[in-house]
Design a binder for this molecule. Structure first.
Ligand code: UGA
Length: 426
């Protein structure tokens, strides 16, 4: 059992704190927002994340998990300090290290000797050194340990990692960090800090590349009369390719891919390399929003200006309530700009959200379809499959459906009277 402090209680910090407590460690999580800390102390988790509330409740009840305001109060007894603060995108696409620097400056003097500060935030190559310098201590270690959890399955991903990456110049410090995760029995990659930092960007950029590839492929399939689902099926059995991250959609979004792909282009540029391939991946994604908007326009039998559009799904993917950089919202905004009026439903969204201002959000999937000229599926929530499509068709002015996630079975919805268009299939 080790004594651990976690600085920052966002997706990564809160999940990290909760699962380290679950593994038997003594964990104190710190955040700057008093209200958030007060809620967390009661086991009230502010994000939608399967299994997380249970893990937090378990940690609190066992006395292995606590929440405090401010980093300073969390680190004094800690053998390990995880930095899990946000790294937003700076003006020029690079990652903004302000929060990391602030946290490091705050804890520097308070760390006990031999403590290990572990960077879990996604930070540009060289940040381990920045943290070392900001801490200003030669009796503590700084180690990079990037996180690969996905929103929506954060707890599962943490407890069943494909690999654990540790970047350190000090082998003994790396082994101490590795011991924290021993019970997970995951493959270990122990490397230097710059490689560990690069692994995180390289992984996200590669996954984004796969999605942009399949989105571009879907366009080709539409043009040549092939079915992208069949094509992916035929490709995926090749072990070198696999089935993952080859689902076409309205583009990739969320709090990571857009920020990390741009940061990777920038990191390469600063080092004198023009990462044209990755710039292309980003361009394909930017164009995808417009393609989806045009698809909806083509489906309409009335002008888009003045059309009434029903939308299912607003979050950037299913099983999360996160709207950050959501392609769904991006497509909605483009349709609104063309004069369409939108009514939207999302199972994870109720009540007003600043990023949805001007979009009418109802809490019933059928209600949004009343009198609509077209229905657009933008997020792949499983529950959409099980709705009564005969009823939906009856409610709409015109039974027309654009399925940007290939979520539905075309034959089944056509039988219920819909004109259907998916992605990359006839
Ligand atoms: C991503 C990575 O998958 C995690 O490994 C990483 O830890 C995380 O970023 C991070 O850097 O913190 P996440 O942003 O939660 O996780 O979302 P993903 O599940 O990767 O999806 C990203 C986007 O790609 C979503 O908009 C999703 O809809 C889209 N996507 C994904 C597709 O359109 N098709 C696919 O086949 C897969």
């Amino acid at each position: 059992m080790s004594t651990i402090a976690v600085i920052g209680t966002g997706y990564v910090g809160l999940t990290t704190g909760a699962y380290l407590a679950h593994l038997g460690h003594q964990v104190t999580c710190a955040d700057i927002f008093e209200e958030k800390v007060a809620r967390l102390r009661k086991g009230d988790v502010p994000i939608l994340e399967a299994g997380l509330e249970e893990l937090v409740t378990e940690g609190l009840a066992a006395g292995r998990l606590d929440f405090v305001v401010g980093a300073a109060g969390a680190v004094e007894d800690a053998e390990f300090v995880f930095l899990c603060v946000q790294t937003p995108q700076g003006e020029d696409g690079s990652a903004d290290l302000t929060y990391i620097r602030e946290a490091a400056a705050e804890i520097g003097e308070r760390l006990r000797p031999e403590a290990i500060v572990i960077n879990k935030s996604t930070v540009p190559v060289g940040s381990t050194r920045v943290v070392e310098q900001t801490l200003g201590r030669d009796d503590v270690f700084v180690v990079s340990n990037p996180e690969f959890l996905r929103e929506g399955s954060a707890v599962y991903d943490c407890l069943h990692p494909d690999r654990i990456v540790i970047g350190s110049d000090d082998q003994a410090a790396a082994m101490r960090v590795a011991a924290l995760f021993e019970s997970l029995k995951a493959p270990l990659v122990i490397t230097d800090p710059a490689s560990a930092e690069t692994i995180k960007y390289a992984s996200n950029a590669f996954l984004a590349t796969k999605v942009s590839y399949v989105n571009a492929l879907a366009n080709v399939c539409e043009a040549v009369g092939a079915d992208v689902r069949e094509v992916v099926l035929g490709m995926g059995y090749d072990k070198r390719i696999g089935f993952e991250f080859l689902k076409p959609g309205p583009g990739w979004g969320g709090s990571c891919f857009p920020k990390d792909t741009r940061a990777m282009v920038r990191i390469a540029e600063d080092a004198g390399y023009d990462f044209g391939l990755l710039r292309g991946v980003i361009t394909v994604n930017d164009e995808q929003y417009e393609r989806m908007t045009a698809k909806v326009e083509r489906m309409l039998d009335v002008p888009v200006d003045g059309a009434s559009i029903a939308v299912w799904g607003l979050t950037f993917k299913a099983r999360t309530d996160d709207l950050r950089d959501s392609p769904s919202v991006e497509v909605v905004r483009r349709l609104q700009a063309k004069g369409a009026s939108i009514k939207a439903y999302d199972p994870a969204i109720s009540g007003p959200r600043p990023s949805l201002e001007g979009i009418e959000v109802l809490d019933d999937p059928y209600a949004v379809c009343e009198g609509a000229d077209v229905l657009v599926v933008l997020t792949e929530w499983d529950e959409f499959r099980w709705l009564d499509f005969a009823k939906v068709a009856g409610l709409m002015r015109a039974a027309r459906l654009v399925d940007t996630r290939n979520l539905l079975e075309p034959a089944a919805v056509r039988r219920r009277g819909f004109t259907y268009d998916g992605l990359g299939r006839a």
